[in-house]
Design a protein around this ligand. Structure first.
Ligand code: HEC
Length: 482
């Protein structure tokens, strides 16, 4: 750039600093105008004209500085043009408002007074508009709404924002759109986007990225070291051409490694991870992008997350009453509970449901004298995942108590009086995967009907269940086995 050009841009860069003066003066003029209409502040009236004039003059200077800054380039043409014309209109109308003020003070006609008030209102509208478009130019059009809470976003019809998207299936993930683009989005696109194209470079779409910047292509497929975007990332922080510029959040070494990997693999825009070569170090980085819960069931996620520790004293109390109660695994607060058929099951169940409503996740009530009515407290065990009710006298009605047990995964009702109508009540248990209903009232037809409604469910009516069950009783003392 020429020397004179540099100087104009140098002055122009004072625009963002200076523009707050006209905003302050013009808003103050309107406030003074309003205040001076009250008795208390009537004495302020003469100050209105003076403040208006200051506002108009400073708006003029801000507009001139703005036109100089526009020489700098790198702004979206459309936004810039709207901002420019709103700014120029603001200068015109603020001078207009001042002239009308002076005239109406002199002549005191009703028409002039009305025109004056109208010009003030229009001036405020223009001020708001110019300010808004100016903000969009420097910060991007989404600056204001970027951090809007999701509740409010829904209310005003903006798309709800999600956190950083983790990859569910790495092999199937798209190299560019799932791995590379999110990095550019996070660290580069604030300056290289639709409304702001620093260095004539946009990076928000594939086409824009392919097009490159003022110095041509920013990446050379297959050769990261020759690619401008990689070269600039590696420049020392203090270098003016270092990207992202000093003071902005920098790329991590892992993000840089991923960009280099992508370019090294030929900068593909439509390839999946499984279609490109992955060195061990890259694989290690990619693994960190995978959602650890991606292939887990809801129940696995629930149990992997520990629950609050059960009260030790209460635990011992139940143990002393003969209830078999212990941790689901070492270092876990989840409880597995077996109530023997000779214990007062109704009372114990009710006490347990008050003492450990969150912790009990496996419960064995087989062969106990539990009834439809005394089973009711079971609904308190919100985190129950396995329940054994085989060889009890429960009927269809008992199934109503299970309807809120959303984590229930295994249920054994074999040898009970539950029938087709009973199991239909389980249709909303989205995690129920196995239902053992051998020798109950459940028929093959009823089982099939439920299985059609619940795709994850398998109803077991056969002999093998009994064999498996009697085997597992010997293997696991708790006797709960899928
Ligand atoms: C804070 C704003 C900002 C951010 C964020 C930013 N850049 Fe830039 N970028 C600029 C400016 C300003 C220029 C033009 C001045 C220059 O050439 O240094 C530029 C120019 C470039 C150029 C040169 C284009 C050309 O043809 O000359 C490349 C390549 C580039 N940036 C890559 C990136 C990458 C990659 C990122 C993200 C890792 C990034 N930029 C993030 C402001 C930014």
């Amino acid at each position: 750039m020429e020397q004179s050009g540099d100087f104009i841009v140098f002055l122009g860069r004072f625009h963002p600093l200076f523009l707050h003066l006209p905003i302050g003066f013009l808003v103050l003029a309107v406030l003074l105008e309003l205040a001076s209409r009250t008795e208390k502040y009537a004495a302020l009236k003469p100050a209105v004209g003076f403040t208006l004039l200051l506002g108009a003059l400073s708006a003029l200077v801000a507009a001139i500085l703005g036109l100089m800054l526009a020489q700098d380039g790198g702004y979206s043409e459309d936004l810039l043009s709207i901002h420019k014309w709103l700014g120029i209109a603001l200068v015109v109308f603020s001078f207009g408002a001042w002239i009308l003020y002076v005239q109406k003070e002199k002549k005191q006609t009703a028409t002039l007074k009305k025109a004056y008030v109208g010009s003030l209102a229009l001036m405020m509208v223009l001020l708001g508009g110019a300010g808004h478009y100016g903000g969009s130019l420097t910060h991007g059009t989404t600056y204001l709404t970027q951090n809007m809470p999701n509740g409010l976003r829904k209310l005003v019809g903006l798309p709800v924002q999600e956190g950083p998207k983790l990859i569910t299936n790495l092999n199937e993930a798209e190299v560019f759109s799932d791995i590379i683009h999110p990095i550019l989005e996070m660290r580069c696109n604030s300056c290289h986007n639709a409304s702001k194209k620093k260095g004539e470079l946009q990076m928000h779409t594939v086409e824009a990225l392919k097009k490159g910047g003022e110095n041509g292509d920013v990446f050379v497929p297959g050769d990261p070291t020759k690619s401008m975007m990689i070269q600039r990332v590696h420049l020392p922080d203090v270098d003016e051409e270092h990207m992202p510029p000093k003071g902005k959040t920098q790329l991590t070494p892992e993000q840089i490694a991923l960009l280099e990997w992508w370019i090294g693999e030929g900068a593909p825009f439509d390839k999946k991870v499984q279609e490109v070569a992955i060195a061990a170090d890259i694989d290690a980085i990619l693994q960190t992008l995978v959602d650890p819960n991606a292939n887990k069931t809801e129940v696995e996620i629930l149990l992997a997350d520990d629950t609050s520790p059960p009260d030790g004293e209460k635990l011992n109390d139940f143990k002393s009453k003969g209830v078999m109660i212990k941790a689901l695994s070492n270092n876990s607060n989840w409880l597995q509970v077996t109530i023997d058929k000779n214990l007062p099951v109704a009372d114990l169940l009710s006490e347990l449901s008050i003492a450990f409503p969150d912790q009990v996740t496996w419960l064995d009530l087989k062969e106990t004298p539990i009834t439809d009515a005394t089973l009711a407290p079971i609904s308190n065990f919100k985190n129950l995942t396995r329940l054994r009710l085989e060889k009890t006298a429960i009927t269809d009605e008992a199934m109503s108590h299970l309807q809120g047990l959303n984590y229930l995964e295994f249920l054994n009702i074999y040898g009970s009086k539950v029938g087709n109508e009973g199991i239909e009540k389980l249709a909303d248990l989205r995690n129920l995967r196995r239902l053992y209903a051998w020798e109950s009232g459940v028929t093959a037809e009823g089982a099939k009907k439920l299985e059609e409604k619940m795709r994850q469910l398998e109803v077991n009516l056969g002999f093998e269940v009994q064999v498996l069950d009697s085997l597992t009783v010997n293997v696991l003392p708790v006797g709960l086995k899928d």
